[in-house]
Design a protein around this ligand. Structure first.
Ligand code: NAD
Length: 285
């Protein structure tokens, strides 16, 4: 293997120490950052994510409030709960675990969260602020990717970044964050023709597709930085990314593994955003 591994677990641990210090500072100033997580229904994966978020809050000395609602809860009841949390002073972040049951309009729910407490960075106001380079809550996975690169000392201005995937939570915003840092950005997606033609131009290649081992050595330029966002199960049920790790690591300059790559950064940046929100609430009040 020639590629240097970008160890997301280690970088996340370092960032969490910094966040824990900031929590202590805020507590000394009379504010304990608090995150409310709403879980609707009993989706197994969602419950695991929510448990991990609660655990991270506890480890960092923050407050967490889990609100569980049954699968059949009405949209109205969910919106009423969010409205209440928007007004609750010791809650600085509100997160509604997605996906929601089909009878609930996800966009409406996201827009009902106060942009000041939207620590997932999904509210159109935060997305617009991010696009125009203003202070915003940045979506956690894309933000985590930028921190991974920064901590690894990889420079971005002038680089050609190719993002494979255009979802609202990963692909689109990560491309925007690279653009904000003066990269040249190409988006590829399910309708892109001749994918390898584009990906082979990438100095930095981001794979956010959701297909196990989709990006092969033939997609990657020698020495490229390869960021694997995918969290998938292969045929044997083993956790794997969107990148065929073994063969791509022979060609890439840097690569993130799965697990212990991008994954640990997502919750870390959620904690970061919640602490940022608590600090900003102090300035406002
Ligand atoms: P999504 O399903 O919303 O989007 C997938 C994207 O891939 C789409 O934009 C689609 O156009 C593109 N795509 C599909 N087939 C393609 C093809 N043949 N060629 C090129 N592009 C193609 O997925 P998402 O929510 O962005 O998630 C992507 C992956 O990242 C998933 O595995 C998900 O589990 C993972 N994920 C990880 C984290 C994390 O914390 N590490 C966070 C979010 C998502």
């Amino acid at each position: 293997m020639t590629a240097q591994i970008i160890n997301g677990k280690e970088i996340a641990a370092k960032k969490r120490l910094e966040i824990a210090e900031e929590v202590v500072n805020l507590k000394n100033r009379g504010v304990t950052p608090g995150l409310a997580v709403i879980l609707v229904g009993n989706n197994h994966a969602s419950r695991t994510y929510v448990t991990n978020k609660e655990k991270a809050c506890k480890e960092l000395g923050m407050n967490s409030l889990l609100i569980e609602m049954p699968e059949e809860v009405s949209e109205e009841e969910l919106l009423a709960k969010i409205a209440e949390l928007n007004e609750t002073q010791d809650i600085h972040g509100i997160l509604v675990q997605l996906p929601l049951p089909k009878h609930i309009d996800e966009k409406k729910v996201i827009e009902s969260i106060s942009p000041l407490k939207d620590v997932d960075g999904f509210h159109p106001i935060n997305i617009g602020r991010m696009m125009t380079g203003q202070n915003a809550f940045l979506p956690c996975t894309p933000y985590g990717i930028m921190v991974l690169l920064e901590e690894t000392g990889i420079s971005i201005p002038g680089k050609h970044v190719v993002v494979v995937g255009r979802s609202n939570i990963v692909g689109k915003p990560v491309g925007q964050l690279f653009l904000n840092q003066d990269a040249t950005v190409t988006y590829c997606h399910s309708k892109t023709k001749d994918l390898p033609l584009h990906t082979n131009q990438a100095d930095i290649l981001v794979a956010a597709v959701g297909i196990p081992n989709f990006i092969k050595a033939e997609h990657v330029k020698n020495g490229a930085v390869v960021i694997d966002v995918g969290i998938n199960r292969n045929e044997a049920g083993k956790l794997c990314g969107d990148v065929a790790f073994e063969e791509v690591a022979e060609k890439a300059g840097f690569i993130t593994p799965v697990p212990k790559g991008v994954g640990p950064m997502t919750i870390t940046m959620l904690m970061y955003n919640t602490v940022k929100s608590a600090a900003e609430s102090l300035v406002r009040n």
